[in-house]
Design a protein around this ligand. Structure first.
Ligand SMILES: *Cc1c(COP(=O)(O)O)cnc(C)c1O
Length: 324
């Protein structure tokens, strides 16, 4: 990890979810990364990446994400005293662009989708050698930063070892961090349930095909899971570690959001609801029935990855769209 500066992320609570414990029939713990200062886990990896870039001599941050990665990059730059430019695609909601601007970043709207915004970001960096482009999920420093979540969980479980860790997958950065973290604490045999939604299932498609697959389009409401192609590393790990890809409908992800809100007063993006649906829609039960997980689980950890691009009004719109 980068050394001299203080960490940009905080140690988040690990709480037993009594409602989830009731459903799963064994203790279920939620890792509340929705409580990070940027409302998602992203600051762990992006913060580490930005700190290391500063130590390497870069003095300006450029991001091409209009979502939680761009928000985390702008936050990290602000904390580190570096100027930030965030190129966001036209698809970015105005309130997210405004939130990123409120952190002091220069926000440029460019291109229909992320790929075009990213091209522009790379071009800006080419013109300015003092600038570093921060990729939202495909970089070893990002994965290393995300590992800290598992190190905290090990400490917080006081010697107890989870039987399964549930997380969601967008581009696979979080998944790589979770897997590396498990490896670091000596838990590399712990299965990871990797949740996606239909219309954003680029990881599941890659594992099935045995090679990277580029989806034609993202049709899921879980925009945070909407990477057309996952990072190569996540596919590599899927053949080395016990990772179980699972795909659920948007409806289950939205149900997961509504349940987290009612059960824990936690408001998160649909991507995070997808992870919660592993318990709330009993995906774990199905995996047991299929023999993919042991019948008797001692303890489950669900990563509550969070997400800032949500408010009550938006969640109610999703709810209605899913006829819930
Ligand atoms: C970025 C993000 C994801 C997906 O993470 P990846 O590293 O791209 O797999 C999931 N949930 C939230 C809230 C995110 O911000």
């Amino acid at each position: 990890m980068a050394g001299s500066e203080p960490e940009l992320h905080i140690k988040t609570p690990l709480l037993e979810s009594i409602p989830m414990t009731k459903i799963a029939g064994c203790p279920v713990y939620i890792k509340c990364d929705n409580m990070q200062p940027t409302a998602s886990f992203k600051i762990r990896g992006i913060g580490n990446r930005c700190k290391k870039a500063l130590e390497a001599g870069y003095t300006r941050i450029i991001s091409s994400s209009g979502g939680n990665a761009g928000y985390a990059a702008a936050y990290a730059a602000r904390q580190l005293g570096m100027p930030a430019t965030v190129v966001v695609p036209e698809s970015t909601p105005k309130f997210m662009a405004d939130k990123i601007r409120d952190l002091g970043a220069n926000v440029i709207v460019h291109g229909k989708v992320w790929d075009y915004a990213n091209q522009h970001a790379l071009q800006l960096a080419e013109e300015d050698p003092s600038a570093v482009v921060i990729h939202p999920f495909d970089h070893p420093d990002v994965w290393e930063g995300h590992e800290t979540m598992i190190l905290e969980i090990q400490d917080q479980l006081h010697g107890k070892k989870p039987d399964v860790v549930v997380t969601c997958v967008g581009g696979g950065g979080l998944l790589c961090g979770v897997v590396q973290g498990l490896q670091r604490v000596g838990w590399s045999d712990v299965p990871v349930v990797a949740m996606e939604t239909f219309g954003a299932e680029s990881f599941n498609a890659a594992v099935k095909a045995g090679k990277l697959v580029t989806l034609p389009d993202i049709t899921s409401m879980c925009k945070c899971l909407g990477a057309l192609t996952v990072c190569e590393k996540s596919l590599e790990y899927s053949s080395k570690y016990p990772i179980i890809p699972c795909v659920v409908p948007d409806k289950d992800a939205i149900k997961g959001c509504l349940k987290l809100l009612d059960d824990h007063r936690i408001l998160v993006e649909p991507a995070c609801g997808a992870a919660a649906s592993a318990v709330y829609s009993d995906v774990l039960g199905e995996l047991k029935a299929e023999g993919k997980l042991p019948e008797k689980l001692g303890c489950v950890v669900v990563v509550v990855c969070g997400g800032g691009a949500i408010n009550l009004q938006q969640l109610l719109k999703f709810k209605e769209a899913c006829n819930l």
